[in-house]
Structure formats: structure tokens, C-alpha cells
Ligand binder design. Structure first.
Ligand code: SAM
Length: 271
């Protein structure tokens, strides 16, 4: 199909296409797609995953940046319940698009993400305030580990805390590089993130505290926060930690999400 349309891969767009039907089906199984589901796919490529999604879902809206795939899609994605939109997913008004395509109905995201923009895409989805139920994505294995990391592990960082705040994230399975064309240099993995509805809190400040805490991973939480851009004195930081029941000698990588939340709330009463 690719040679028929004279398609050339663009490495900078993260174009590593899936060529293994079993993996494609496994991804859609993990996403738990049924005929009631609306789906958004980011980067359909040739359309391998899109076709499987179309078989199982009510409607699939796929967003592809590469206009060169337009002609090829007329053959591969000429499917009744599939709509392809051309453009950069990061520039797209997701609220407007999903309202137009799905009305007030919920939707799920399923994608084999372009690796150069994995985190911005996931952040956009999570913060978009849309009717999103879950995100099932293939990402670099290292990123999958960071997204789903638990406190105390070496992969646990501010990204893990962010993900853990907004979603229930599960590492599902590893995927060898041999199932892609062209073959990437790294292994991949599939993660499933189910959106969580939380009470409104000052998340901007919460994640400021989280980032400041991980500023210097190897240092104690007290030193890390004292040397960060957070505008608090060492005494105030000590007091906030004490009020939160957090030993100042601990390291950020041992703190659970709930502890970061309590800490950020207590900062407001010491400043
Ligand atoms: N879904 C296909 C598959 O599994 O074989 C292709 C996956 S490939 C890893 C990533 C796809 O995302 C490519 O088709 C690429 O052109 C597209 N892409 C890259 N950056 C994008 C962006 N910012 N917005 C939308 N699509 C993008």
C-alpha cells in the first residue's frame, strides 16, 4: 500500500507504523472498545489501528498531521464510521471537535502515539475538560514506566504524580520494536489511563510544589524545596512539612500523591 502511493516515511513525525495484527487487536482489547463507543485516534498513519477500531466502535475520528496520507486514506479509510481530520493534534480545538462529532456523548482515545510529542499530547487530553473516559496509548517503554510509576521506584517523578492525580494509569504490556515499520530504536509499551473526577483544588500550585520537590531528586525534600523557585523561607517549608506530617529528611520520590496534596494545602497557611 505504501509503495503503491509512493509514500516516504517522515522520521521527524514519529512515523513507525504497526505491522502486527495481533498487537493491534490487543491494544483495542485493552481500550475495551464496544459498539457504543466514540473514539478519537491521534495519528492513524496507514490506518491499521483505525480499521480495527472502526470494526468495534460506533464512530472513529482520526487526526493525522501528514497530508501526504490523504490519497492513501481514500483507499484504506473509506469506511462509513471513520472520519479523518488533517492537522496537528496539538493545535486542534478538542472541545469543539468532540462536540461537533459526538455531541454530549463520551469518547475514548486510542493511539500509537508519535514519540516526539507523547507527553504534550497526553497533557492536552487530560487538561482539555472534555467528555473523555480513557486513554489507551502505545508509547516508548521508558515513558510508559514513568507514567505508571509508584512512589519509591526510580521512574517515579513529577510526571507520574501529575498522571496519578488525573487518572488511574496501568502499564499493560510491552511491545518489541520488530512489530513496526520502520523499526524504532527503542521498545514500546501500552498504557491505559482511566480519567478520575476529583474535587476542584489549586492544581497549578500543587504541581508547582511537586516540580519543586523533584527539583533535586537526591536531596531531602526540605533541601529540594529550599533550593527551588518556590517563594517560601526554609522555616516556612519546615512548618508546612511538619503540619503535613512529612519528615523533612524524606526524598520527593517517596511521597505519595495524597502527601503532595496535603503539603500544597498547608503551604497556603504558612506563607
Ligand atoms: N496509528 C498508526 C499505526 O499504529 O501504525 C501510525 C502510528 S505512528 C507511531 C504516529 C502517527 O502520528 C503518524 O502517522 C504521524 O504522521 C502522526 N503524527 C505525528 N505528529 C502528529 C501530530 N502532532 N498530530 C497528529 N498526528 C501526528
Amino acid at each position: 500500500m505504501l509503495s503503491k502511493y509512493g509514500f516516504r516515511f517522515t522520521k521527524s513525525l514519529g512515523q513507525n507504523f504497526l505491522i502486527d495484527g495481533n498487537i493491534v487487536r490487543k491494544i483495542v482489547d485493552v481500550a475495551e472498545i464496544s459498539e457504543e463507543d466514540n473514539v478519537v485516534e491521534i495519528g492513524p498513519g496507514v490506518g491499521t489501528l483505525t480499521e480495527e477500531l472502526a470494526l468495534r466502535a460506533k464512530k472513529v475520528v482520526a487526526v493525522e498531521i501528514d497530508e501526504k496520507l490523504r490519497e492513501l486514506h481514500k483507499e484504506t479509510l473509506n469506511i462509513e464510521n471513520v472520519k479523518v481530520i488533517y492537522g496537528d493534534f496539538l493545535d486542534l480545538d478538542l472541545k469543539k471537535l468532540t462536540k461537533e462529532e459526538f455531541g454530549d456523548e463520551d469518547f475514548k482515545v486510542v493511539a500509537n502515539l508519535p514519540y516526539y510529542v507523547t507527553t504534550p499530547i497526553i497533557e492536552k487530553l487530560i487538561l482539555a475538560k472534555v467528555n473523555l473516559i480513557s486513554i489507551t496509548v502505545m508509547v516508548q517503554r521508558e515513558v510508559a514506566k514513568r507514567l505508571s510509576a509508584e512512589p519509591g521506584s526510580k521512574d517515579y517523578g513529577s510526571l507520574s504524580v501529575f498522571i496519578n492525580y488525573y487518572t488511574d494509569c496501568k502499564y499493560k504490556f510491552q511491545v518489541p520494536s520488530s512489530v513496526f515499520m520502520p523499526k524504532p530504536n527503542v521498545d514500546s509499551a501500552v498504557v491505559n489511563l482511566k480519567m478520575i473526577n476529583r474535587e476542584e483544588i489549586d492544581t497549578e500550585f500543587l504541581f508547582k510544589v511537586v516540580r519543586a520537590s523533584f527539583n533535586t531528586r537526591r536531596k531531602t525534600i526540605l533541601n529540594s524545596l529550599s533550593n527551588s523557585k518556590l517563594n517560601y523561607t526554609k522555616e516556612e517549608i519546615k512548618r508546612a512539612l511538619e503540619l503535613s506530617g512529612i519528615d523533612e529528611r524524606r526524598r520527593a520520590e517517596t511521597l505519595k500523591l495524597e502527601e503532595f496534596i496535603i503539603l500544597s494545602v498547608n503551604f497556603k497557611s504558612v506563607g
